[in-house]
Design a protein around this ligand. Structure first.
Ligand code: SF4
Ligand code: FES
Length: 372
């Protein structure tokens, strides 16, 4: 076997990750058209056992991980969530539960707090109840989520509310911010849909217009000034209208790792969309070794894999070329510069797609059903 080039060899000095996203299950009662889970989902029988999950948390803490994000699918679909939360707390991990909230009542929120959970991030589809149900494919989702938020605060857990925004809800941004305040959230994350995986199928139904983006930026600026010290507002311009890409995951294999429900260890949640990557499983190799020199992590770590224009660019160690999965989805090669970058040869085409999709009547959603 030939040696990899010097800039792709295992590096014993790789810094430890800050955060672990543990996708406890792909099962989910909602059917969002912008679902970011992979196209191929793990079934219940493939999920890590409670014991394997706890071993994973121990390995993560030993590796230096400080923040544990418990996600899905819907993590509350795991009947062993409480022992998993208790184990994370006992190991000193700061734990954040990312949930749709539709299964979260007062007793569940209190039990999570009692078992040592540190924070809850609750996702909303919309402030319009009918549209929230339409987007989630779940009846009474809005009322259930509001009740869940009240349960979280009654259990004295810090709350972040999360809105995934797009053409069909972005005009209600002021109402979203008002809702976060009324629910006593300390933070609101306003995240534009990322168009890869399932969401790519619904891009034409979800792409916002330039005018919506411009107005949203003004609303966010005003709200940040008006609610400073009370509500933290996280908002980033969507990639299709950006001039510079985001450093996806803080750079590939630099700060975060993802463990899929079956135990496969991934550099990002969509990494399985990239052909040719080899993923290792936490039940078969130590997490620290996978992080340090696993082939999927080594593939795009650092800057040695880059092509032009990233290779010679002064920003290459700031944004790390953007998102590999988006580069693949839009240019056909994960090694290419993310087209969100104005220096990418595909940037003009990306903007043209956005303007075309945003300018046409939205087609019906293609829903994400578990097992679909
Ligand atoms: Fe970032 Fe690459 Fe664009 Fe430079 S060319 S700004 S490194 S994405
Ligand atoms: Fe995979 Fe951005 S989602 S690198």
């Amino acid at each position: 076997m030939s040696k990899p080039p010097p800039d792709q060899r295992p590096d014993a000095t790789v810094a430890p990750p800050l955060g672990l996203l543990a996708e406890l299950t792909h099962r989910c009662p909602l059917q969002c058209p912008y679902c970011y889970n992979p196209l191929s989902l793990s079934g219940r029988g493939e999920e890590l056992s409670t014991e394997s999950g706890q071993q994973l948390f121990g390995a993560a803490r030993a590796l230096g991980v400080l923040q544990l994000h418990l996600s899905g699918g819907e993590p509350m679909a795991r009947p062993d969530l409480l022992p998993l939360v208790a184990d994370a707390a006992q190991r000193g991990l700061y734990s954040n539960l990312i949930t749709s909230g539709v299964l979260l009542d007062r007793a569940a929120a209190q039990a999570l707090a009692d078992h040592g959970l540190d924070h809850i991030q609750l996702s909303f589809q919309d402030t319009d109840p009918g549209m929230a149900d339409h987007l989630s494919g779940y009846r009474d989702s809005f009322a259930r989520k509001c009740a869940a938020a009240e349960a979280v605060r009654a259990a004295d857990l810090p709350l972040t509310v999360n809105f995934v925004v797009h053409r069909q809800n972005l005009d209600r941004l002021p109402e979203m911010i008002a809702l976060a305040l009324s629910l006593d959230a300390g933070r609101i994350e306003i995240a534009h849909v990322q168009y890869y995986g399932w969401a790519l199928r619904n891009r034409a139904a979800l792409m916002p217009t330039r005018a919506q983006i411009d107005r949203a930026s003004e609303i966010v600026a005003e709200a940040r000034a008006g609610h400073a010290g009370r509500l933290v507002i996280d908002y980033v311009v969507p990639d299709y209208y950006a001039a510079r890409p985001k450093p996806c995951m803080g750079g590939w294999g630099r700060q975060f790792l993802v463990v899929a429900p079956d135990g496969d260890v991934l550099p990002c949640h969509a990494a399985k969309s990239i052909p040719g990557l080899v993923f290792e499983n936490v039940t078969q190799r130590p997490l620290a070794d996978i992080w340090r020199d696993g082939p999927a992590f080594a593939r795009f770590r650092g800057t040695g894999w880059m092509r032009e224009p990233c290779r010679g660019c002064v920003h290459r160690e700031t944004d790390f070329g953007g998102c590999r999965c988006q580069a693949l989805a839009l240019t056909g090669a994960a090694e290419n510069t993310d087209p969100a970058c104005a220096l990418s040869p595909a940037h003009g085409e990306m903007l043209a797609i956005a303007e075309r999709d945003a300018g046409s009547a939205p087609p019906p959603f293609t829903y994400r059903r578990f097992g679909a």
